[in-house]
Design a protein around this ligand. Structure first.
Ligand SMILES: NC(=O)c1ccc[n+]([C@@H]2O[C@H](COP(=O)([O-])OP(=O)(O)OC[C@H]3O[C@@H](n4cnc5c(N)ncnc54)[C@H](OP(=O)(O)O)[C@@H]3O)[C@@H](O)[C@H]2O)c1
Length: 226
């Protein structure tokens, strides 16, 4: 059966690996969204991948209206994220608002805007972090990032409650360390046990096969600290 998959934050790291993974499935159309259209267009040459520029720190509704994606979308992976690593007392108003804009508000607005195009039984997977998972080990410098990721977890529970009478499903994966540009910048020298391709395979399988079994769940996905 033909599937349509939308990936937010697709230009590098886990999002780009997700595009590569889904693009291997001949019966799947992949919509790749991020700010860096040139990077995506240069990397994703597969026929079943379409790339569009979207900045979720901007007017998300207007941008998505212009792109005018065709539905029905079966899987939406809200993977875009921003990590600012700074001591708490040095976090500026802009650091805080940018973190929440990208990691929470932009994701919520993109989900809102895409609702009319979602398949009735679409599975929305939010990509959070172990840092936003209650009771996990916390790291100094990640107050803006980890609190915003915790808000994304709460959004997942609220969305599932609000749409419980429908067949829409939303779940949240709290990832541990994956070897990406974001991780290298936050933890220089640390070698993660998981590659973007490995994590993409897990996320894709979860998105494809677990919507019927989970809804509104916050799931830690980690074999290490962080
Ligand atoms: N790597 C880890 O260890 C780890 C651990 C836990 C959770 N996570 C989460 O996993 C997700 C992917 O992380 P990653 O490590 O692959 O990070 P990454 O390499 O920094 O990639 C982040 C992606 O988000 C996109 N993005 C950032 N700001 C955006 C904006 N304003 N509008 C649209 N797209 C935007 C970026 O694309 P553009 O710059 O082209 O816009 C990029 O494609 C994030 O949500 C992250 O918080 C990662």
């Amino acid at each position: 059966m033909n599937k349509s998959v939308v990936i937010l934050g697709a230009s590098q790291g886990i999002g780009a690996a997700l595009v590569d993974h889904f693009a291997q499935m001949a019966d799947t159309t992949v919509i790749a969204l991020s700010r860096n259209l040139d990077k995506m267009s240069g990397r994703f040459l597969q026929k079943n991948v379409r790339c569009y520029r979207l900045d979720i720190a901007g007017e998300v509704q207007n941008q998505l209206a212009q792109i005018n994606l065709e539905g029905p979308i079966d899987i939406l992976i809200n993977n875009a994220g921003l990590l600012i690593n700074k001591p708490f007392e040095q976090l500026s108003h802009q650091d805080l608002t940018e973190s929440y804009q990208v990691n929470v508000i932009g994701i919520m607005e993109a989900t809102q805007a895409l609702l009319p195009q979602l398949a009735t039984d679409a599975h929305i997977v939010n990509i959070s972090s172990m840092g936003g998972f209650q009771g996990s080990l916390k790291f100094a410098g990640l107050a803006a990032y980890s609190t915003s990721k915790a808000a994304l977890c709460a959004f997942t529970e609220l969305f599932a409650e609000e749409y419980k009478a429908t067949s829409l499903r939303m779940n949240c994966l709290c990832l541990g360390a994956v070897q990406t540009e974001m991780l290298s910048a936050a933890f220089p020298g640390y070698i993660a046990p998981t590659s973007p391709a490995e994590m993409a395979q897990f996320i894709a399988n979860f998105a494809l096969h677990n919507g019927a079994f989970f809804n509104g769940k916050i799931i830690p996905v980690s074999s290490s600290n962080p």
